[in-house]
Design a protein around this ligand. Structure first.
Ligand code: SAH
Length: 227
């Protein structure tokens, strides 16, 4: 990460300073995030650059924030938890697909931890803005596309891991099919009685999938089509 921002813009000042990032990391630790490598990346990542400048003051609160078009940048705790689940295990994922680029924050966190990140966004405006931001920040291993993530991104499949940043009621078949054997899908899955659960689906073999459910979460809906 370097690119078109000055060191000062990246490091921030006052409400966007390193001290605020360190305090956020402390909060995530208290909430139960254990992975040191994930916490390390959160401590470095200038989340204030992923939100509107009017919102920058709140960038290091552990909250989801609006990013326009009715969408949100995910809460840092959830980004950390999902990333931690995605990295867990003996074999570290190298190629990851994210559905729901949004602000690009989750993609940027992943890009510091795995080799290649493919990320798709269904809203044209967000896709364009975020793609420009990620280029400006100098990320070379994040590949973006404007499309409906229900279809995954066939061209680069299979993926060692897939992360959905929006919540579907049913798991899109294409995402399961684009997962490498031994890989996992991490997503906020809509629960039958309402609400959502952070869920990990492991692809054990060609046709055998195992599901684990974790805590209750709150994401924007996974919507069909792109616009
Ligand atoms: N990872 C993002 C989270 C953004 S919110 C971040 O760190 O900021 C989730 C995003 O998923 C929204 O931008 C929404 O437009 C997008 N989304 C919802 N359904 C989708 C789909 N079917 N395909 C692609 N993107 C989708």
């Amino acid at each position: 990460m370097s690119g078109g921002f000055t060191r000062q813009e990246i490091m921030g000042i006052g409400f966007t300073s390193q001290r605020r990032r360190d305090e956020l990391v402390q909060r995530l630790r208290e909430k139960g995030v254990k992975s040191e490598e994930v916490l390390d990346v959160i401590a470095q990542m200038p989340r204030h650059l992923f939100v509107d400048s009017a919102m920058a003051k709140r960038a290091y609160e552990d909250d989801a924030l609006p990013i326009g078009q009715g969408q949100t940048i995910s809460q840092p705790y959830i980004v950390a938890r999902m990333t931690e689940e995605l990295l867990r295990g003996e074999k570290k994922p190298r190629k990851v697909l994210e559905v729901g680029t949004g602000s690009g924050y989750q993609a940027a966190v992943l890009a510091m931890l795995v080799d290649q990140v493919y990320t798709v966004e269904r809203l044209m405006g967000l896709y364009q803005e975020t793609d420009a931001l990620l280029r400006k920040m100098g990320f070379k291993n994040i590949h973006t596309q404007h499309s409906d993530g229900s279809w995954g991104w066939e061209e680069h499949a299979p993926y060692d891991a897939i992360l959905a940043a929006a919540s579907p009621d049913d798991i899109p078949e294409s995402l399961l099919m684009q997962l490498a054997v031994g890989g996992k899908l991490v997503l906020p899955l809509g629960a039958p009685g309402g609400g959502q659960q952070l869920t990990v689906v492991h692809r054990m073999s060609e046709n055998d999938f195992e599901t684990e459910a974790f805590e209750t979460v709150m994401f924007v809906p996974f919507l069909p089509g792109h616009q």
